[in-house]
Design a protein around this ligand. Structure first.
Ligand code: ADP
Ligand code: ADP
Ligand code: ZN
Ligand code: ZN
Length: 751
């Protein structure tokens, strides 16, 4: 390798997925941004080639014994990759981890705060694990550090307007004349015909809460020993104080509606023991500090000036400052990580790496601007630059022009998607990109156009006095029959208003999000859109055989792989390994089924067709209509049989759109639909949204993308800022009005 090549990661002849023998050099210790239309092959280079090779090399460092337990990462389909350093992938996968994983634990900030309390808290209480709800010493003994407790939902459990004979007790074990019911009635002294609302307080207390007592009772003339107990008391002992998961599924289902989760009354949700809660610093205990927004917490920590704790305070403020820098100042340390959005999750992971001391690492980011308002994008840029300046190589897949601008090097992948893409159409500087004439370059130069001929609404839907999370008693109307865009900085309350409040009031709305589609490993675009069913019929009538033969889970399917085309090899406690089926060679059907042809093609050959090719091949009206819908949402390049699990978020979203396109009079809700979309794809998305509206539907979109905002009929701008400084509607109106609205940050960026 020549000396100058040491300054580059060198990739030669990459052929993963749609890549057409791509060769390129990525400068080390610089920021390289990959852009291009969705489906062009960015992920195939960055994730399936570069990241995959790095993981494989890392695994090779382990001994044969350890490696036998690791999932086998196949060598990416490429001639060579040279000069690669360890890669860290910072993606948008949600941070799971259950109730014990919080923002504070995942960023390693909580341990430092605990240490600070153990040194500087008053009164002095002891070691830092005294302040940990994950530690038996620190956790609230009542709820075991969960902060929540299960309770009986009294409104559902008893109906006070009825008598015992009328079925006042609605709990599953208390059917009228059933065993438990009879015990209660016989044990008395209750009048089974008296409505519960007429009971005295003592009677009600006895009926519901009396402790277990052994009594002799007369059943069919026989004296029998039985235990009687208050109705709620018994239910609590039987189902709430024991782990429900150990009961049968049927019992769990029957009991679940009567159980609600509430805050633990001992620790008030703080999860900590009383000793931990009584220790304070600057007047606040650790639970109070953990529930403060980071922006406020950092100011309080600065006021702690105890000599012994100086280094701890320094490292704590440094990390908190990283959270502020990346635009997460509205989050709290006690926020459970599984409630964070994809964009928030990625930024939290980023903070973890900023505080670390690794150098010469290749960091790979997947659209880090997701969820960020244009106002906050410069903060993200500064963080990417910081990582680079520490001596790391930064590789980013990104569509946002404001991020692309800070790249040291840009790689534009295209020219189009799928088989029409997979090549590099431009490499070089930002200025050069603008002049390159590629789709990306051309779109970047185009000025923003405001929509002036906005549509008139057909009616309105109201949200009244919304107070969930940070919403400050919000009253707002959403016009129907038009395209409404809800915008505002991250944390201002957009998702809370639409995904939580609006959707719970309008449960019939159609939500088009980017979450994965398809539950079965056999799902593909053909099965998801219903095309497969029509194709099977066509094959059956052409060959005069049963259409069941052409189903992946019928006796026509390959027996070795059960129609999957791949075989999974289980590895005790790791992800299983997937290999192509040797019997059908991935074609999924038996030879005899493959012998049946439709216009000369077998079922496997049809499944290998792209939507574009299938449109030429089929004449059947229903099939053509469904294929056309896929083509309309820009998925011509997808093959009918591609497993849904390999589709990107943006592709999943569009396939959902394709199967909903023919509806009328519905409400559509989309959360950041431009994620993963190139500027030129956004035009296509807008066309689809406008088509939906023109067909009489209501479309509501949460979005930061200025191209989409500028084309709205109606804008609802949330703010003014994130968290407790947000939660208000700061503007409602049209695009041409918002640019003059003083109070709207979004308006300024649009202008
Ligand atoms: P981008 O990241 O630019 O959106 P991708 O690299 O994800 O594009 O995809 C490039 C092409 O390869 C697309 O046509 C996509 O559908 C296809 N593709 C991606 N992953 C797989 C896979 N695992 N199997 C088959 N095709 C794939
Ligand atoms: P946006 O969608 O505008 O980014 P969100 O609606 O996600 O804003 O958040 C608004 C506020 O509500 C923020 O302070 C956020 O931290 C808080 N929040 C959102 N979801 C939850 C949740 N599941 N639990 C607690 N707080 C939440
Ligand atoms: Zn508790
Ligand atoms: Zn097979």
């Amino acid at each position: 390798m020549s000396e100058s090549n040491r300054e580059y990661i060198v990739i030669s002849g990459a052929r993963e997925n749609n890549l057409q023998n791509v060769s390129l050099r990525i400068p080390k210790r610089k920021i390289t941004i990959f852009t291009g239309v969705s489906g062009s092959g960015k992920s195939s280079i960055v994730f399936d080639t570069i990241a995959a090779e790095s993981t494989r090399l890392l695994n090779e460092n382990f001994s044969m014994f350890v490696r036998s337990f690791l999932p086998r990462v196949p060598q990416p389909d490429t001639d060579a990759i040279e000069n690669l350093s360890m890669a860290v992938i910072v993606d948008q996968k949600r941070l799971g981890g259950g109730s014990h994983s919080t923002m504070g634990t995942i960023t390693d900030i909580s341990p430092i705060l605990r240490l600070l309390f153990s040194r500087a808290g008053q009164p002095y209480v002891g070691e830092s694990n005294m302040f940990s709800f994950n530690d038996p010493q620190g956790m609230c003994p009542e709820c075991n550090g969960i902060g929540r407790k299960l309770n009986v939902d009294m409104d559902k459990a008893v109906d006070l307007s009825k008598s015992l004979n009328e079925g006042a007790i609605k709990l599953p074990d208390y059917k009228v004349d059933g065993w438990d019911w009879s015990l209660v009635v016989q044990a008395g002294p209750f009048d089974p015909d008296k409505k519960l609302s007429h009971y005295s307080d003592e009677e009600l207390e006895k009926l519901l809460y009396s402790k277990a007592k052994k009594v002799k009772m007369d059943f069919a003339g026989k004296a029998t020993n039985v235990t009687v107990e208050g109705v709620i008391e018994k239910f609590t002992n039987k189902y709430i104080k024991q782990d429900l998961k150990t009961k049968s599924e049927r019992t769990q289902k029957a009991v679940a509606p009567f159980i609600t989760e509430g805050t633990c009354s001992t620790c008030h949700g703080s999860r900590l023991s009383q000793a931990a809660l009584s220790c304070k610093m600057n007047g606040f205990n650790i639970a109070e500090m953990s529930s403060m927004e980071v922006g406020q917490l950092i100011r309080i920590i600065h006021e702690v000036d105890i000599a012994v704790a100086a280094p701890i305070v320094k490292s704590l403020s440094e990390r908190l400052q990283h959270l502020v820098d990346i635009g997460l100042d509205y989050l709290t340390l006690d926020r459970e990580t599984d409630t964070l959005s994809g964009g928030e999750s990625q930024r939290v992971k980023m903070v973890k790496h900023l505080s670390g001391s690794l150098v010469d690492v290749t960091y790979i980011f997947d659209e880090p601007s997701v969820g960020l308002h244009p106002r906050d994008v410069h903060r993200l840029n500064e963080l990417l630059q910081k990582l680079r300046d520490k001596g790391n190589t930064v590789i980013v897949v990104e569509h946002d022009p404001d991020v692309i601008k800070v790249a040291d090097h840009i790689v534009d992948v295209g020219p189009h998607a799928g088989s029409h893409g997979g090549t590099i159409v431009y490499e070089g500087s930002f200025q050069g990109l603008l002049e390159s004439g590629t789709l990306t370059g051309t779109h970047m130069k185009r000025p923003l156009e405001l929509k002036h001929d906005t549509r008139q609404p057909s009616g309105k839907l109201s949200i009244k006095n919304a107070t969930l999370h940070n919403l400050q008693d919000v009253n707002v109307t959403i016009p129907t029959g038009v395209l409404t865009v809800v915008t505002g900085v991250a944390g201002s309350g957009k998702s809370t208003l639409i995904n939580d409040v609006f959707l719970s009031q309008n449960p019939g709305a159609i939500v088009i999000d980017q979450s994965a589609v398809g539950v079965s490993t056999r799902s593909n675009p053909a099965t998801y859109t219903g095309i497969m069913d029509d194709v099977r019929k066509a094959f059956a009538s052409a060959n005069k055989v049963n259409k069941g033969l052409f189903s992946f889970n019928s006796k026509g399917a390959c027996e070795n792989c059960q129609g999957l085309g791949v075989v999974y090899t289980d590895l005790a406690f790791l992800e299983s390994v997937k290999l192509p089926c040797e019997v059908c060679r991935g074609r999924r059907f038996k030879e005899e089924v493959l012998a049946y042809k439709l216009n000369g093609k077998s079922i496997a050959e049809v499944l290998e067709m792209t939507v574009e090719r299938a449109l030429e091949f089929f004449e059947q009206k229903e099939i053509v209509r469904k294929l056309q819908a896929m083509s309309d949402v820009g998925l011509d390049y997808i093959t009918l049989g591609q497993p849904l699990s390999t589709l990107s978020g943006g592709e999943c979203q569009r396939i959902k759109l394709a199967s909903e396109l023919h509806k009328q009079g519905s409400i559509y809700v989309m959360d950041e639909p431009t994620t993963g979309l190139h500027m030129s794809d956004i035009g296509l998305l807008l066309t689809i949204m406008n088509r939906l509206v023109d067909a009489g539907n209501t479309v509501i979109v949460i979005e930061h993308n200025l191209d989409v905002i500028s084309q709205a009929d109606w804008i609802i701008d949330m703010g003014p800022d994130g968290g407790s400084n947000g939660g208000e509607v700061v503007f409602e109106g049209t695009p041409s009005q918002i640019i003059h609205a003083e109070q709207s940050i979004t308006g300024k960026y649009l202008a």
